[in-house]
Ligand binder design. Structure first.
Ligand SMILES: Nc1nc2c(c(=O)[nH]1)N(C=O)[C@@H](CNc1ccc(C(=O)N[C@@H](CCC(=O)O)C(=O)O)cc1)CN2
Ligand SMILES: Nc1ncnc2c1ncn2[C@@H]1O[C@H](COP(=O)(O)OP(=O)(O)OP(=O)(O)O)[C@@H](O)[C@H]1O
Length: 175
């Protein structure tokens, strides 16, 4: 299946769930993520501030106190940077209405131990289908030491994702 067709099929699957149902499933997924040995061990974690149709990370972000949390800031049509999360008052809506920290840009990419990456779909080999702009595929090569965990709802796991040279595979998937 083509990437565009797969994105459409996943959007249709999402529509069968109410927002409350997605958020309830997300609660269990993020609890599972917290118990992941890589999450427990990491001091510096790249996360994402979820949009309504993604695994909700808002609570995970605000409740993780003992770690440095980094969130993306969209700085161009295909470019993102990382910013340090300094608490809920520090967030402002950025591109696509996604909440972003206003604070300092984080550039010590080698220090990122764990990257939690959203996706439209994943396969069991760790291949990822994003929203089609290539933001993560361009960014993730910078975080050379990061263990990469894809995160999604169960209905976003598919048999096979069509891949390109530039696609970055995940080390594990939590769903
Ligand atoms: N929560 C979150 N933050 C993120 C991402 C993400 O996927 N999720 N990104 C990961 O890349 C980057 C932002 N990239 C994005 C790319 C497309 C769309 C989006 O809503 N696309 C529409 C299509 C609209 C259009 O083409 O302009 C869609 O998917 O319906 C959102 C974010 C960085 N921050
Ligand atoms: N490292 C890269 N350098 C240049 N172009 C790239 C790179 N990675 C991806 N692209 C291009 O960006 C476009 C979108 O890629 P793709 O469909 O894989 O995005 P995605 O991973 O689904 O999206 P996202 O990462 O934003 O969630 C494609 O045309 C792809 O060739």
């Amino acid at each position: 299946m083509l990437k565009s067709e797969l994105r459409k099929a996943i959007r249709e699957r999402k529509r069968r769930f109410a927002q409350e149902e997605l958020d309830e499933m997300a609660f269990y997924i993020t609890e599972k993520l917290k118990r992941h040995p890589r999450f427990a061990a990491a001091h510096t974690i790249m996360l994402y501030h979820s949009m309504p149709d993604e695994v909700n990370t808002h609570r995970l972000i605000s409740e993780t106190k003992d770690k440095t949390i980094l969130l993306p800031r969209v700085t161009g049509s295909h470019e993102m940077k990382l910013c340090v999360y300094n608490g809920p008052d520090d967030l402002r809506p950025g591109a696509y209405g996604i909440m972003e920290p206003c604070g300092s840009v984080f550039t010590r990419y080698k220090d990122v131990e764990l990257a939690i990456v959203p996706g439209m779909a994943f396969d069991i080999n760790g291949n990822r289908l994003g929203r089609g702009k290539g933001y993560y595929d361009r960014f993730l090569p910078l975080t050379v030491n990061a263990y990469k965990i894809g995160i999604c709802f169960g209905f976003q796991i598919v048999d096979k994702i069509p891949t390109e040279e530039t696609d970055i595979a995940m080390d594990d998937i939590v769903f």
